[in-house]
Design a protein around this ligand. Structure first.
Ligand code: ZN
Length: 262
C-alpha cells in the first residue's frame, strides 16, 4: 500500500527532535510522499525548506490560515506570490475561513481568503482550503473564483452531508482526516464518505493534530504523524464497503493528479 499524506504540519515544533525518524516511520508504513502544510508566512517558508531538503518525498503549500489572517499584509501577499511559483510549492493555502475560534476577526479572514483566492486564480494553482463553522460565507467566496482555479481541496472535511454536496457540486476534492476515526464526533462522516467519488477523495493526517482514535494502543505522547495515515485509509475503506487497497490506490492516484506528483 502506497499512500500520500496531503496535509501534514511537519514544520510543527513537536517534530524537530526526531524529524528523520518520522519520515522513516512514514516510509515503512507505506506513506512515501507528503505535502507539508504552510499556514503562515513563516510556516510557508519552513515548509518550502523541508520540501527542498527532501525532493521527491515532500512538497509544500504556501498560504495563511484564517487563524493568522490578521497578519496578512502587502509583504505577505507579495511573498506568497513568489513562493507559489516555485516548483516545490504545489498549492495555495492553507487558506479559508474559521468562525469556530475566530482567532482573527471575520473581516480579516474574509479579506485574506479572497486575496489568496485571487493568487490561485492569477497563477493557475490549486487551493488547499480550510472551513470550520463558516460554510455559507466560504462557499459564496469560493464560488466566485472556482472557475478560474484548476482544483481545490476542502481539507479536513468535518461538515454535514449537505455541505459535502455543495463542495462536490463545485468540483472540489475532499480531504478526510482521522476525524472519521473518532467514534464520538466523526460518525456522521462514516455515513456519507462513500458519496465522495473516488477520484475526488484525498486522505491526510493533519499531523501532529487529530491522532486517529483507532490507533491501538494510543501512544502516550498523543502526537499524530504520517505513519498513522493507514488507519484513516482503513476506516474510510470500511465505511465505503471496499478493500483498503482500493481506497489507497484511488486516493494516491487522486493526490498525484491534484498536486502533480507523478
Ligand atoms: Zn485546517
Amino acid at each position: 500500500m502506497q499512500l500520500v499524506d496531503i496535509g501534514a504540519n511537519l514544520t510543527h515544533e513537536s517534530f524537530r527532535h526526531d524529524f528523520d525518524d518520522v519520515l522513516t516511520r512514514a516510509r515503512n508504513s507505506g506513506v512515501t510522499r507528503m505535502v507539508v502544510t504552510g499556514a503562515s508566512r513563516e510556516g510557508s517558508e519552513a515548509a518550502l525548506a523541508l520540501a527542498r531538503a527532501h525532493p521527491g518525498v515532500l512538497w509544500a503549500t504556501a498560504g495563511v490560515h484564517p487563524h493568522h489572517a490578521v497578519d496578512y499584509d502587502e509583504a505577505t501577499d507579495a511573498r506568497l506570490r513568489e513562493l507559489v511559483r516555485l516548483p516545490a510549492v504545489r498549492a495555495v493555502g492553507e487558506t479559508g475561513l474559521d468562525y469556530h475560534r475566530n482567532y482573527s476577526p471575520r473581516e480579516a479572514q474574509l479579506e485574506a481568503f479572497e486575496r489568496q483566492l485571487a493568487i490561485a486564480a492569477e497563477l493557475g494553482k490549486p487551493l488547499f482550503l480550510h472551513q470550520r463553522d463558516a460554510h455559507a460565507d466560504f462557499l459564496a467566496l469560493l464560488r466566485r473564483y472556482r472557475d478560474r482555479v484548476p482544483a481545490a481541496v476542502v481539507h479536513c472535511f468535518t461538515d454535514t452531508r449537505e455541505a459535502l454536496h455543495d463542495y462536490l457540486a463545485l468540483d472540489c476534492h475532499i480531504g478526510i482526516t482521522g476525524w472519521i476515526c473518532d467514534e464520538r464526533r466523526g460518525t456522521h462522516l462514516r455515513e456519507f464518505v462513500r458519496e465522495i467519488p473516488a477520484h475526488r477523495l484525498l486522505i491526510e493526517t493533519d499531523a501532529p493534530y487529530l491522532l486517529p482514535r483507532t490507533v491501538r494502543p494510543q501512544p502516550s505522547h498523543r502526537r499524530n504523524e504520517p505513519m498513522y495515515l493507514r488507519h484513516i485509509c482503513e476506516e474510510i475503506a470500511r465505511d465505503r464497503g471496499e478493500p483498503a487497497e482500493i481506497t489507497a490506490a484511488a486516493s494516491t492516484a487522486a493526490a498525484e493528479a491534484f498536486f502533480g506528483l507523478a
